[in-house]
Design a binder for this molecule. Structure first.
Ligand code: HEM
Length: 415
């Protein structure tokens, strides 16, 4: 079912000079991968005196993220520096014992919040005329922000417009050429560049948190007071981009594949609830467009990974983007084929499919994400379909997170 292969970013062949690699990275981190990376077991390179190792084999992925997680425990300083102005000491950037305490508290609050996640599409599509043009990227950003604000702050969540605008501005600065420049800058300059936007987002979240705590509503109100602020910001900042990316990818792919869309509508109309095909569409969207396409760790000591010696201080990468489109693990890797995730299909090869990461730092929001995304997509797809409109090819790009397009106009139709 499907047979649709959406456009992929350009892939070079063979080795290219580091300067070309940096130029590609400043356009999109998805362009740095040569054709052979979608077939090989990994690579090692030295960039500006720093050893970088891409682990591209399931055994190595397991070793770095799971078996030797205590060796590969920290994230690269260049990454933490970009996120710290916004996230403070929140879970995503926390380390060591501080991380453990935060992880336990957030995981418990998340499990409690999962029970309260209900239907709620949070769009105004009902009020839009038949045939209206919607920008799916903007629509899903607003929807994801509304749903996450509701999750984190409960009834105090309120309107998402301002926070979406601010989050977009922050993301704009840490992607493309900005990302590469910022990574090379010392911390005070990074703070200077990002501090203003971060401060505005933090102020907004603090006001929401104060309201939520007074009303005892939402996930953050259940967290210990000393953790709540940084965790509320972290959950929103990490979750918002990823959730909206997943939902936009699902609409885009369904619009390309009328056969899959018809089967999904049949499933939704059969009263079977949010059935296996809806789950498969979401899983396939996460495979083709993993919202966090690159996971990075620093080797805390010299070690060996799947037979390869790894010196202390090396930066190790595990790239869902590569593993999810690797010729060894997937038939027709670039094709949208949700049937591969239906219950009667063989499960993906272990450690080749990891949209939510793996090991102790695996996404703490995974269950909530799948629940929220399922309800949102089912709620909308029961009543509406989105048809593609003519326009430039949709080629994903990535900074720290993947983005399908800046804008993606589609036509709204009632079913
Ligand atoms: C499609 C949606 C999502 C995807 C694909 C995703 C993916 C990931 C991945 C790959 C990691 C691991 C990063 C690493 O190992 O370095 C991660 C961690 C994390 N995610 Fe998600 N995420 C999603 C949604 C969310 C949501 C909705 C939330 C919050 C409500 C969230 C909160 C977090 C947090 C706090 C961490 C850090 C966990 C830790 O370090 O212990 N994520 N996510």
């Amino acid at each position: 079912m499907s047979g649709v292969t959406p456009p992929v970013p350009p892939r070079h062949r063979g080795e290219i000079p580091v300067t070309d690699l940096l130029a590609k990275a400043s356009r999109s981190l998805l362009e740095v991968w040569g054709e052979e990376m979608f077939r090989n077991s990994g690579t090692t390179l030295e960039v500006l005196g720093q050893r970088l190792i891409v682990f591209n084999r399931p055994a190595a992925v397991e070793s770095v993220l799971v078996a030797q997680a205590e060796v590969f425990t920290t994230k690269p300083a260049q990454l933490s520096r970009l996120l710290a102005p916004l996230l403070g000491s929140g879970l995503f950037v926390a380390e060591g014992r501080a991380w453990r305490g935060r992880r336990d508290a957030v995981a418990a609050a998340m499990a409690a919040a999962l029970e309260g996640v209900g239907e709620g599409t949070g769009t105004d599509w009902v009020a839009r005329p038949e045939g209206a043009t919607l920008d799916v990227i903007a629509e899903m950003e607003r929807l994801s922000a509304t749903l996450l604000l509701r999750l984190i702050f409960g009834a105090a969540g309120g309107d998402a417009t301002e926070i979406v605008r601010l989050a977009r501005a922050y993301r704009g600065k840490i992607s493309g050429a900005g990302l590469i420049t910022l990574m090379a800058l010392p911390e005070p300059l990074v703070r200077l560049r990002l501090g203003g936007d971060a401060k505005r987002i933090r102020a907004l979240v603090e006001a929401l948190l104060a309201r939520a705590r007074r009303a005892r509503t939402g996930l953050a109100a259940g967290l210990p007071a000393e953790l709540a602020r940084d965790e509320a910001i972290s959950l929103f900042a990490i979750g918002h981009d990823a959730l909206s990316g997943l939902l936009a990818a699902a609409w885009f792919l369904l619009g390309q594949a009328p056969e899959v869309e018809a089967a999904l509508h049949a499933e939704l109309d059969s009263g079977a609830g949010e059935g296996p095909l809806l789950q498969a569409v979401l899983r396939e969207a996460l495979r083709l467009y993993p919202p966090l396409p690159l996971i990075a760790r620093v080797a805390g000591r010299a070690t060996e990974v799947a037979g390869l010696p790894v010196p202390k201080g090396s930066i190790g990468f595990v790239a869902p983007w590569l593993l999810h489109r690797h010729a060894d693990h997937w038939e027709a890797p670039d094709e949208f084929r949700p049937a591969r995730f239906l219950p009667d299909a063989p499960p993906p090869r272990p450690f080749s499919y990891l949209p939510f990461g793996l090991g102790p730092r695996q996404c703490v929001g995974e269950a909530v994400t799948m629940r929220v995304a399922t309800l949102a997509l089912a709620g909308l797809a029961r009543r509406f379909r989105l048809r593609p409109l003519p326009g430039p090819p949709v080629v994903p790009r990535a900074g720290l997170t993947l983005s399908l397009a800046e804008r993606l106009p589609m036509r709204l139709e009632r079913r």
